[in-house]
Design a binder for this molecule. Structure first.
Ligand SMILES: C[S@@+](CC[C@H](N)C(=O)[O-])C[C@H]1O[C@@H](n2cnc3c(N)ncnc32)[C@H](O)[C@@H]1O
Length: 270
């Protein structure tokens, strides 16, 4: 597998090796954008490349459209096509390091460009970047595609398990208005962050809990219980689980105590 870093992507733009580029905003996303009323929605397009979706939104009066990409190579093309696109809305950097809050985030051949091992982090990061009630929308390949280089594909079952772990309100449906080259091979994705309630913990923290569970590390934990009282406990993590009905995430200690992950204030090896 090649290193999928900024050099890799910049090189592909430089050598004109960009078969994902369809030269316009994809039809499913255009149709979605065209029924939005509020032009002041904060919209992020991660891995936006030449960003035809951003151009479409900008030309249609949307004022808070942001694109983030590892390389600025494709932004030069966007600025040639659309010179008045706000330059400070074109962010060069890593999506996973980005920190802000959006009403909508747009997926268009970004997930398929990432190492599949990053998918759980992608879902958590999308959730974290959405304000409560915000939505991730876009299209996903319903096709296995490559295993050694982008584009990496997937299936409805895989995406359902992946997104369903974090998003309680999830729509994945066969796309009826794909461009002809992708017809029958795309799913429409709409994942809404719950208006309030459980806030999934950061990926890095969850990874740490998983490591401690695997290593059976004795821990000292402080959490806030349902009544708002501080509770101090110690034990080893017996299990990390997601509640099937409300998607809250829990840590079961070997002492029998169950703690909701977003209520933990500190956890350290004893
Ligand atoms: C397959 S291209 C898709 C571009 C665009 N969405 C399109 O459909 O034309 C993937 C894009 O994601 C960008 N990218 C890859 N990893 C990224 C990351 N971690 N953060 C931000 N952008 C990333 C690449 O530079 C590239 O422009």
């Amino acid at each position: 597998m090649p290193d999928l870093d900024a050099h890799y992507w910049a090189d592909r733009y430089r050598t004109g090796d960009a078969p994902w580029d369809i030269g316009h905003a994809s039809a499913p996303l255009q149709a979605y954008f065209d029924q939005l009323d509020r032009k002041d929605l904060r919209i992020l397009i991660p891995g936006g490349g030449r960003a035809y979706e951003a151009e479409h939104l900008h030309r249609n009066g949307f004022t808070h459209v942001f694109v983030i990409d590892l390389t600025d190579a494709p932004f030069q093309d966007l600025l040639r096509r659309c010179p008045d696109f706000p330059r400070d809305h074109l962010l060069v950097g890593d999506f996973f390091a980005h920190d802000a809050s959006y009403d909508r985030i747009v997926e268009q051949t970004f997930l398929s460009a990432l190492d599949p091992g990053l998918r759980p982090r992608y879902v958590r990061k999308m959730h974290a970047l959405l304000r409560p009630g915000g939505r991730l929308v876009g299209v996903l390949f319903n096709d296995p595609l490559n295993t050694d280089k982008p584009p990496f594909g997937g299936s409805e079952a895989e995406y359902r398990a992946l997104f369903g772990r974090v998003f309680t309100d999830l729509v994945l449906a066969p796309c009826t208005n794909s461009i002809p080259q992708r017809a029958g091979r795309e799913l429409w994705l709409r994942a809404t962050r719950a208006a309030d309630g459980y806030v999934p913990v950061a990926c890095s923290l969850y990874d740490r809990y998983e490591a401690w569970a695997t290593q059976r590390t004795p821990l000292r934990i402080e959490h806030v219980d349902e009544a708002g009282a501080i509770v101090r406990s110690s034990g080893r993590i017996a299990n990390l689980r997601t509640d099937r009905t409300d998607r809250t995430e829990w840590m079961d200690l070997d002492t029998g105590l169950a703690i909701r992950l977003d209520r933990i204030r500190s956890a350290d090896p004893a």
